[in-house]
Design a protein around this ligand. Structure first.
Ligand SMILES: [Zn+2]
Length: 199
């Protein structure tokens, strides 16, 4: 079948991550089968996306204003700062609703193999925030990958002051996970990060 408008849409959907040819085709037929509203909404949401969204001046989160909703929320605990690699990580932590502190989004990790060195880290901005916001604890929540660990170690080193509590997220066995099916690196991390049981 050759319907150029449909083929074009299928091709565009197919460029999204995780969308194969069949799913792209399903999406395109679905949009066509719905009232025009859906197509119009999709089109306008996509057209305005890059104009409307920018980075929060303080933490690098996505926002439509100068500050993001977390930085401008006075109920958030300014004393705890969680450093993450990506905005998606903020969303993941926020979904749980248990973290009440604020964030700093790096948008990249130190990755020597990709030519990203320590100078890409927002060290000056972090130091300024730690002082200005009287931050007491910095949680290094970069991924538990080689680059994530290198970034966490570097930041811990340059940000450390006697007054600051520097912590790293623990890695370990997922909830309900069997030790038998856990890879040996995760198992080793889990053993190293063991904590005392308070009885
Ligand atoms: Zn922010």
């Amino acid at each position: 079948m050759k319907v150029r408008a449909l083929d074009e849409l299928i091709d565009l959907f197919g460029r999204l991550p995780g969308v194969g040819d069949r799913t792209a085709t399903r999406y395109a037929f679905h949009v066509l089968g719905q009232p025009r509203d859906l197509a119009a909404h999709l089109a306008s949401a996509l057209t305005g996306l890059h104009d409307r969204i920018r980075l929060c001046e303080r933490c690098g989160n996505y926002t439509e204003d100068t500050l993001c909703s977390i930085c401008s929320d006075p109920r958030r605990d300014a004393r705890t700062l969680c450093i993450v690699a990506r905005v998606q990580d903020v969303l993941a932590i926020e979904r749980g609703g248990y973290f009440r502190g604020r964030y700093m989004v790096l948008h990249q990790l130190i990755a020597p193999l990709d030519g990203v060195g320590p100078e890409a880290m927002p060290v000056a901005a972090l130091k300024e925030r730690i002082e200005a916001e009287a931050i007491e604890e910095v949680i290094l929540a970069t991924p538990l990958s080689v680059d994530g660990e290198a970034t966490a170690l570097y930041l811990a080193e340059v940000l450390q002051t006697p007054q600051l509590r520097m912590t790293r997220i623990a890695s370990g066995i997922p909830q309900g996970g069997e030790l038998e099916y856990t890879d040996h690196v995760t198992l080793e991390h889990a053993l190293n990060a063991r904590r005392r049981l308070s009885l």
